[in-house]
Design a protein around this ligand. Structure first.
Ligand SMILES: [Zn+2]
Length: 550
């Protein structure tokens, strides 16, 4: 039963009891003006039963087709949007008009002619989340090593024995003990597809896939096909073959793969340029990106283990690579950035390198502390990445809450350590120098999770915020649900209260992919069977027993 009107489902409060498309304030005005006591109306009357499970707007996403998302709590992530109700580009009862792939108008009580309507009353309308680092190929081996750390660091613990580097990537062992070493093209395809759909279902509309799974051109093509078939925005990161499987064509196959993606509406190309593969390898991959491919983005894991700190120092000095002449640039997207020197960080800032932080993974897997405070002190902001589902969900509510909580733990403790309490203004805490950053707030992490990701993938001309002329990558989050109602602070509710079940509708480039809680155009039962078969094959190939309660 509905808690507001005692009938129908809680998400169906259209509020347009008069049958008109007026906003609630206009409705109240109209009711008063016509001499009808507003109290006599049920402002939250349910729509007719036939409308409860109505279909998405006809031909959504097709050229020229228009629909309007009406009366939502709109967070554009674009401060200064005309007509906004807050300085952050937010609307209390806002409309978003979509035409074809693009956002045509944003405002209140938009006049839209005969455009179809999506009622967003009580719901949050915002850009989809953007994940700037996800090993999507590991979907078949999700949660397989939840207690592991990144490498066997010699501590002899159960977490070290379960380590990711050996058990997933194979640890550069000739015996190929890692799951990744045994992937066939069909395993790549189903994991990439299922993982992508899973994130789409959770409101993540853009991803940079970083799977070290390019054992052959057929493996690469399977990844590309899966990203295309998923129907969300994606960048294929062309990374190495874990285990360096004979016959792999990394990095020389880059031009062919990038060529196949050129001009595609939703899927683009990013060069994988891991410096941990050695000077010769990254000199080759960076040269391909910068010279042969005209300056595509180069992504790399830069983190405490694997001896990367001195390599970054070389790059910071412009003396990296085999010929000591490779420098950092604004074409670099670095992941983690844990344990790097001040020299390295200063160069990252000066050269415009982008940084993606995987908060929960870094904290769990001994990558080092997520460098958020360092970034704040330098005036930089990260994007957010989910990393590996072998260890942690790729859900973005988890990411945002982890980011906010981790940063606040560090800063709060620093403040407490500076005592006595209360002190105002707070003195700097130990370890944070003289530059104690402000606590992250809900809008900060929402920015990391949306527009920052778009900027870091060079997609901010198309996505990352709701802005007229950008493509319509929009999610509608239901604020009428038991876990979040009543809404008292919209950014706060999204970050601190919501989760996947609140993701009611997901739109990519104008096309509705999830509608009223259900993914469209997918046969999940069929795909689940394929994924299980792939999982069974991988466990068998790597010689590991399946044990649900190890
Ligand atoms: Zn990674």
């Amino acid at each position: 039963m509905c808690i507001l009107c005692d009938q129908g489902k809680p998400q169906d409060h259209s509020g347009s009891a008069s049958g008109s498309q007026l906003g609630r304030r206009d409705f109240l005005k109209t009711a008063t003006a016509t001499g009808v006591a507003a109290a006599g109306f049920n402002l939250f009357a349910a729509r007719p039963a036939s409308a409860h499970d109505s279909d998405p707007p006809e031909d959504h996403g097709r050229p020229g087709r228009r629909y309007v998302i009406r009366n939502g709590y709109v967070m554009t992530m674009e401060p200064g949007t005309q007509g906004q109700d807050s300085p952050f580009g937010e609307f209390i009862e806002g409309d978003v008009l979509v035409e074809g792939k693009k956002i045509k108008a944003i405002g209140k009580n938009l006049h839209v002619g005969n455009a179809a309507e999506i009622d967003a009353r009580g719901k949050v309308v915002m850009p989809g989340f953007i994940d700037t680092h996800h090993h999507q190929a590991w979907t078949a081996i999700r949660s397989s090593i939840p207690d592991s750390i990144l490498i066997d660091d010699g501590t002899g613990t159960a977490s070290a024995q379960q380590n990711y580097f050996f058990n997933v990537l194979g640890g550069f062992q000739p015996t190929l003990p890692g799951f990744a070493n045994h992937y066939r093209p069909e395993d790549v395809y189903i994991s990439e597809l299922f993982g992508g759909l899973s994130q789409l279902d959770a409101g993540v509309t853009t991803v940079l896939d970083i799977s070290q799974i390019h054992h052959s051109p057929q493996h690469s093509d399977a990844a590309v096909k899966a990203l295309k078939d998923t129907g969300r925005r994606a960048m294929l990161g062309f990374f190495e073959s874990a285990g360096n499987i004979p016959g792999n064509q990394y990095p020389t196959d880059a031009a062919r793969i990038a060529g196949n993606l050129s001009g595609h509406d939703l899927v683009g190309f990013v060069m994988g340029g891991e410096v941990y593969l050695g000077d010769a390898a990254y000199s080759a991959s960076w040269k391909i990106a910068r010279q042969d491919l005209g300056g595509v983005l180069i992504a790399a894991h830069i983190l405490s283990p694997f001896g990367i700190r001195p390599i970054l120092d070389d790059l910071a000095a412009g003396t990296g690579g085999v010929n000591n002449d490779i420098a950092l640039g604004d074409d670099n997207l670095f992941i983690h950035m844990t344990g790097m020197s001040d020299v390295g960080w200063q160069a990252v800032k000066d050269k415009g390198v982008k940084v993606s932080i995987a908060f929960p993974i870094e904290m769990n897997m001994r990558h080092g502390s997520p460098p958020i405070v360092k970034m704040q002190q330098l005036g930089l902001e990260p994007s957010i990445s989910t990393d590996v589902e072998t260890n942690m969900t790729a859900d973005f509510f988890t990411q945002m809450r982890s980011a906010m909580t981790m940063q606040r733990m560090v800063v709060n403790q620093a403040v407490l350590d500076s005592g006595p309490i209360p002190v105002n203004p707070w003195p700097p805490g130990p370890g944070l120098g003289n530059n104690l950053p402000p606590l992250l707030n809900a809008r900060d992490v929402l920015r990391f999770a949306t527009i920052n990701g778009a900027k870091h993938l060079r997609l901010d001309g198309k996505t990352g915020s709701l802005k007229v002329g950008k493509e319509a990558d929009i999610i509608i989050l239901d604020g009428n649900h038991l876990n979040v109602f009543p809404m008292n602070n919209v950014p706060g509710a999204v970050v601190t209260m919501m989760e996947r079940t609140n993701v009611e509708t997901v739109i990519v480039a104008g096309k509705v992919r999830k509608w009223k809680g259900k993914l469209l155009d997918v046969d999940l039962r069929h795909l689940s069977r394929q994924l299980e078969n792939s999982r069974d094959f991988l466990y068998s190939a790597v010689g590991r027993p399946q044990n649900l309660f190890p």
